[in-house]
Ligand binder design. Structure first.
Ligand code: NAD
Length: 485
């Protein structure tokens, strides 16, 4: 075991307390930068899930959902402040667990604090409405909490994505049972612990570690009232079926195959810089990553050259040493990505740079893949259609705006679309035509994006996270009519 083993607490968090699984079972958390275990983690089963759900129910019955909302505001703001205070500790844990560069893990911590600040800001503004019915009648709506929100957290951004779902759930007065992925998610347990330190009553926010079976036990539990899931389409389908058994609503974010349309009149330097940075960001294990580059054929050579130059300069290394790009999360994920690259080669794709496992003295044992740019990628091939979730950008050319839109819409996904052009009319025409929950024109990220509603069209899922729209996921509407005539 690594020297850090002693420092990392692998227990889960139920009813305000760190605890091992009742069975005593554990699994190993692997540091993907070296391919070696760094902690033993509690392997929760259906019994532990039941204990967490019961703790949540007791917290609700004990008055959590009926608290004056302004008290929830204070707790969530205190939690945000604690997250910022413990930024170094949280970022190091996330970097160790996921393999991402420390700077990126710090950005995740800032985003996590941002989610709690944003939803603290709206926790006492979950307004209902008044509906006119004429003389002698008053009618109004109440937006009430749902109860227990089950949150299945993926491994790519455990802290950030847990906060994205848990902050609005708590803001609306729900209790939460979260289960992170077995690949990575120890920061989610630490988040729950900090929440209690911030004043959240024990039992309101529980975390059961384990993985697939734990997630399945949670979604099968008869006393949950809602499910938030972020992950792959097949698992999303399984979860919808589990939710159907109990008739509970689900919020699904199922990833994407986001196209990035670069027109010949675009600022190619900026578009190339943006593409290279999305490749480095978490080794492109990001649901929103615009990995499918669609380039105007007349700008293709210049753009590919600019981009390849930037990609060749990317420095790989262990997350904690803060390189430009870290490893992918697991050996399985590495193999999956390499299989995609091989399948692409068989379908005629050409590696401009990268295309293999990255090796070297400093990378020994880690799950590193060379940052890869593949040209001549044919629409409809597996490489162009399926979510790779690794550091691979694909290039496909188009001859007209219509063709670009057709290729952009040519996968089952619809999460984000990037557009690069100086022609605003064209940008807006494309933005309207694409089947995508978000469109980003001439820039892929912006400060304050927590306020933007985020979610998918088509197989990318449904329901909106972030922004005030997220409140719809975590409340139910009660209509009250009074006849005083
Ligand atoms: P996955 O969809 O299998 O798992 C995601 C989460 O769901 C994990 O926490 C897992 O423990 C849990 N889970 C798995 N089976 C479950 C079940 N039956 N019931 C309840 N919970 C269950 O994803 P993965 O295997 O970790 O990764 C595979 C692919 O999924 C990736 O390569 C990527 O394409 C995609 N993915 C997307 C995102 C995203 O942000 N949209 C995140 C992670 C993975």
């Amino acid at each position: 075991m690594d020297v850090q083993t002693a420092a990392v607490d692998g227990r889960m968090f139920i009813d305000g307390t760190r605890t091992w699984a009742a069975s005593g079972s554990t699994f190993e958390a692997i540091d993907p930068s070296i391919g070696r275990p760094f902690a033993a983690v509690a392997l929760g089963d259906a019994g532990d899930v039941d204990a967490a759900v019961r703790a949540s129910r007791q917290a609700i019955d004990g008055g959590w959902s009926g608290l004056p909302p302004v008290r929830r505001v204070r707790i969530l703001n205190r939690l945000a402040a604690l997250i910022r205070e413990r930024a170094t500790e949280l970022a190091e844990l996330e970097s160790l667990d996921v393999g991402k560069p420390l700077r990126q893990a710090r950005d995740d911590v800032t985003a996590a604090a941002g989610y709690f600040e944003f939803f603290a800001g709206v926790a006492d503004k979950v307004f209902g409405s008044s509906i006119p019915l004429g003389a002698g009648l008053v009618d109004f709506t109440l937006r009430e909490s749902l109860g227990i929100s089950a949150q299945i957290v993926p491994w790519n951004y455990p802290l950030r994505l847990a906060s994205r779902g848990i902050a609005p759930a708590l803001a609306c007065g729900n209790a939460v049972v979260a289960t992170p992925s077995a690949e990575a998610g120890l920061s989610v347990v630490r988040l729950a612990e900090l929440a209690v330190e911030a004043g959240l009553p024990g039992g309101v926010f529980n975390v059961v570690t384990g993985g697939r079976e734990t997630g399945a036990a949670l979604t099968a539990h008869s006393d949950i009232n809602h499910i938030t899931f972020t992950g792959s389409v097949p698992t999303g389908i399984t979860i919808m079926k589990a939710a159907a058994d109990h008739v509970v609503p689900v919020t699904l974010e199922l990833g994407g195959k986001s196209p990035n349309l670069v027109f010949a009149d675009a600022d190619l330097e900026r578009a190339a810089a943006s593409s290279a940075s999305t490749l480095m960001q978490n080794a492109a294990q990001t649901c929103t990553a615009p990995t499918r580059l669609l380039i105007d054929v007349s700008a293709r050579d210049r753009f590919v050259e600019l981009l390849a130059k930037r990609i060749r300069a990317i420095r790989l290394g262990r997350g904690l040493e803060d390189p430009d790009m870290g490893p992918v999360v697991s050996e399985r994920q590495m193999q999956r990505v390499l299989d995609f690259i091989d399948a692409g080669a068989r379908d005629g794709a050409r590696a401009v740079t990268g295309g293999a496992r990255a090796t070297g003295r400093d990378l020994a044992g880690g799950y590193f893949i060379e940052p890869t740019l593949l040209d001549d990628v044919v629409p409809g091939t597996r490489l162009e259609q399926e979510e790779i979730f690794g550091p691979v950008l694909t290039v496909t050319t188009f001859n007209s705006t219509e063709e670009a839109i057709a290729i952009a819409n040519g996968t089952p996904y619809g999460l984000v679309t990037g557009i690069w052009t100086r022609d605003l009319a064209r940008a807006l025409a494309v933005a309207t035509a694409v089947k995508s929950g978000q469109v980003r024109i001439n820039g892929y990220s912006a400060e304050g994006s927590i306020g933007l509603p985020f979610g998918g069209y088509r197989r990318s899922g449904f329901g909106r996270e972030q922004g005030v729209e997220a409140l719809a996921n975590y409340t139910q509407i009660k209509n009250v009519m009074i006849n005083f005539g």
